[in-house]
Design a protein. Structure first.
Length: 353
């Protein structure tokens, strides 16, 4: 199996910095890399023998609309053969294999319907052209960007962040309580979370991406999975399932009222409320470890999250169980991003404390 390198070279000898990688079949990695000289994001495969195969910028045979899309805006994401995202003036273009378009359109429509009652704005599909979806923008600034702003007076920045988290807290209980309708959403169970964690552990072991002893990783994951499964689960609620600080946007209207936006809602499900809250909680700790959020900013967010957990009557042991799983899962996912390789090692050891 091939570990994730910091850099790769294409067939012309041009060096690229690897941003992210995903496990694929037969020891192959799907990679996303940045051509530093041009700023072009390119995607392709790293074979098990170390051979690199990168597509030209803005090309992917599985995403037929990509060449046209990159002519219209900035390529933000390109996961080879899976999806790409392009930012244009006033919209986002999501490129998908055509067979996946109908499902994603339906997911966006349902997300818009289910979140409206909670006063939350989500992207709308405004146009479809084969595998290219045009999505409306969601106004506001993400909790992530607000947390790392640091451009003004620290006290003012913290007040702004407190207001943003307070607004999120006001909306989130209503979001969780939104009735999804019988049989419209899948139930994401603790067993599913344990399986997801175990899958990422296996990826790390197969590719040698997390620089920690294999027995320690297996033991930690077994303990986290058992913790998820050995206590009574709470009644499920509407859940984002991939909630973190980049997915939540806050805006302020002309009269000072605030609005909440939520993006990447393709994974909506029914789940224990601790799933989303733990994911958000652990991401804040990780942002601090990355140097992207101050300790004070993290504390503001944690206070808001724990307040919502109390309002939703989330048992402490369920929040702890999902937090433990999330922390290990993040370590495994970010181990496939070379920039954060050593941080994930330290993060893993912290997860054992």
């Amino acid at each position: 199996m091939t570990a994730v390198p910091d850099t790769v070279q294409d067939h012309r000898g041009i060096q690229l910095t690897v941003r992210r990688a995903w496990p694929a079949n037969n020891g192959r990695l799907t990679i996303e890399a940045l051509e530093e000289a041009t700023g072009h994001l390119r995607a392709g495969h790293l074979e098990a023998d170390g051979t690199v195969a990168l597509t030209p910028f803005g090309e992917d045979s599985a995403l037929p609309g990509l060449p046209t899309a990159v002519d219209a805006g900035e390529l933000l994401v390109h996961r080879f053969t899976k999806r790409a995202v392009v930012k244009t003036d006033g919209a986002y273009l999501k490129l998908l294999p055509p067979r996946k378009v109908a499902r994603v359109i339906a997911a966006h429509a349902m997300a818009s319907e289910l979140t409206a009652a909670a006063g939350i704005t989500t992207p709308r599909v405004t146009d479809v052209d084969e595998g290219t979806l045009t999505l409306s923008t969601v106004p506001g600034v993400s909790l992530h960007d607000l947390g790392r702003s640091g451009g003004g007076d620290p006290g003012d920045d913290l007040v702004t962040l407190e207001r943003a988290w307070s607004l999120w807290a006001e909306h989130w209980s209503a979001f969780a309580a939104a009735p999804p309708g019988e049989g419209r959403l899948p139930f994401y169970r603790p067993e599913d979370e344990a399986e997801t964690l175990t899958t990422w552990m296996t990826h790390c072991l197969d590719f040698g991406t997390l620089p920690v002893p294999a027995p320690a990783l297996r033991s930690a994951v077994d303990d986290a999975a058992n913790h998820l499964l050995d206590t009574s689960l709470q009644a499920p609620v509407l859940s984002h399932r991939d909630l973190h600080d980049k997915q939540v946007l806050l805006s302020t209207g002309s009269t000072g009222e605030g609005g909440l936006g939520l993006i990447d809602c393709d994974t909506l499900a029914l789940a224990e409320p601790a799933l989303d809250l733990a994911n958000l909680l652990v991401h804040l700790a990780f942002r601090e470890a990355q140097g992207l959020l101050s300790a004070e900013g993290r504390a503001v967010g944690e206070t808001a999250i724990r307040g919502v957990a109390e309002e939703l009557s989330v048992p402490e042991d369920r929040l702890d169980a999902y937090s433990g799983s999330t922390k290990l899962r993040l370590a495994c996912v970010y181990a496939f991003r070379p920039r954060w390789r050593m941080l994930t090692r330290d993060w893993f050891h912290d997860a054992l404390l």
